[in-house]
Design a protein around this ligand. Structure first.
Ligand SMILES: NC(=O)c1ccc[n+]([C@@H]2O[C@H](COP(=O)([O-])OP(=O)(O)OC[C@H]3O[C@@H](n4cnc5c(N)ncnc54)[C@H](O)[C@@H]3O)[C@@H](O)[C@H]2O)c1
Length: 420
């Protein structure tokens, strides 16, 4: 359905179908296409731990390295009771394309432990994380495969993995993971990285569409990504954030909402739907509200065949992974709405992860300003390259982003040749 994490019936089948379409557009050699359709490595490991009650439980751990053609594999680690090996393969392939779109020297990977993290004590969680890391240690590391947080994992797990990997290696290896705590080399600006990338894409899309200010923006989903998108836009006199929504409701004001004052209310514990600014609105009505740009930053599949034709925005910038279903994508295109796809729009997080890895390898921290400037330049460049390809092939930005990524990986493979 989309490139990054939409809960489709079979994400792996979907991922290969997307590759097939890109291969068609690019007239890719059949052998090369078949090679890209298979992960380089799929590693399954047993993760036994001693539980707090003295019993031993064994979890299934997975790490998939879809590609290492452009650099080491890179991708998150998720903990979820329903995650499958096939799903991890799809997520790893999508990471390959995401890294290639923004032209960072990585392949793609993804990992998972099939577990219900809510059932685990902190100690059990730590033992499980460390045992998993030690099981896959020979196949990961700064030059092989770099882990990062994903669903139900965060800084804490990354610190444990870095520590376990370093203990096995016999020396500190900060570049073995990204998304670690700042105190051990994590990146301060990482928190805002995804939102900053979304904002760069939004500004580029607005500029190209020739929209005149104040451009009216609605942000659906007000968590890590959405709230920061709104806050980053709030000071721009050319932009008015007219609507915001979270899972419980929305607020709307045609002439713009006071985003800083709303932030203060939220921090004081007022639910978003009850902040005393703008008018209340049902959550999903915001998707169809009067605005120029819609930025879905919540969950997948919010734009579907039932509401796509009622979207009034001229531009949709996908902060979330997979907010637009395939049918909705077609309907939006038919009504002339430009969709900046997730694979490009929310790649700021992985770009700043890459910078974190570079800083660890250099043993030289950069200033926050340097990270921000480099991120902005890279995102704007990627946007321009995707757009150029969309014009060249006369396809949507979504198809163009995938084609750009597949072409980069294919060209790198052709340059390196096939061993032996
Ligand atoms: N956090 C990152 O760095 C990052 C990076 C890449 C992609 N993403 C994607 O961005 C999306 C949001 O991630 P996040 O970290 O901000 O999550 P989050 O949990 O911090 O925030 C999600 C927000 O969406 C709201 N929400 C939930 N369902 C909604 C609905 N149906 N309509 C409107 N709002 C709804 C929640 O109330 C919350 O405000 C996800 O799709 C995630 O995969 C996040």
């Amino acid at each position: 359905m989309t490139l990054t994490g939409t809960p489709v019936a079979s994400p792996w089948r979907e991922a290969r179908r997307q590759l097939e379409r890109a291969a068609e557009t690019l007239a890719l050699d059949d052998g090369l296409h078949r090679m890209l359709a298979v992960p380089r490595r799929t590693i399954e490991v047993a993760v036994p731990i001693r539980c707090d009650d003295g019993t031993v439980r064994t979890f299934l751990g997975v790490r998939v390295q879809h590609s290492t053609t452009r650099g080491p594999a890179k991708g998150g680690l998720r903990y979820h009771p329903d995650v499958t090996v096939e799903e991890v393969k799809a997520l790893a392939m999508w990471m390959t394309w995401k890294c290639a779109v923004v032209d960072i020297p990585y392949g793609g990977g993804k990992g998972a432990i099939v577990c219900d993290p809510a059932e685990l004590s902190l100690g059990e969680r730590e033992r499980m994380t460390r045992r998993y890391a030690s099981e896959i240690a020979p196949l990961i590391g700064p030059d092989r495969d770099i882990l990062a947080p994903d669903m139900n994992t965060g800084e804490r797990e990354m610190a444990w993995i870095m520590d376990t990997y370093s203990s096995v290696a016999g020396h500190p290896v900060g570049a073995s993971v990204t998304g670690k705590p700042v105190i051990v080399g994590g990146s301060g600006p990482r928190r805002a990285a995804t939102a900053s990338g979304v904002v760069v894409c939004l500004r580029e899309a607005v500029r190209i569409a020739g929209l005149r200010g104040p451009v009216r923006v609605a942000v659906s989903g007000y968590g890590n990504v959405g709230r920061l998108v709104a806050e980053l836009l709030a000071d721009d006199p050319e932009i008015a954030v007219v609507g915001i929504a979270d899972v419980a409701g929305a607020r709307y004001a045609a002439d713009g909402l006071p985003i800083a004052a709303i932030g203060a209310e939220l921090d004081a514990g007022t639910p978003l739907a009850e902040v005393p600014f703008g008018e209340p609105m049902p959550r999903d009505a915001l998707l169809e509200a009067d605005c120029d740009v819609l930025v879905p930053c919540a969950v997948s599949g919010v734009l579907d065949e039932h509401n796509a034709e009622r979207v009034r925005a001229r531009i949709v910038v996908e902060g979330a992974n997979g907010p637009t279903t395939e049918l909705a994508d077609e309907l939006l295109a038919a009504s002339g709405v430009t969709v900046v796809p997730d694979i490009l729009a929310n790649a700021g997080g992985v770009v700043v992860s890459y910078y974190e890895w570079v800083q660890a390898l250099q043993a030289m921290p950069w200033s926050d300003e340097e990270v921000a400037t480099r991120l902005e330049g890279r995102m704007a460049a990627a946007f321009g390259q995707v757009r150029a390809l969309a014009l060249e092939y006369d396809v949507s930005l979504r198809r163009a982003a995938l084609c750009l990524a597949v072409r980069r990986v294919a060209d790198a493979h052709l340059a390196r040749g096939l061993y032996p």
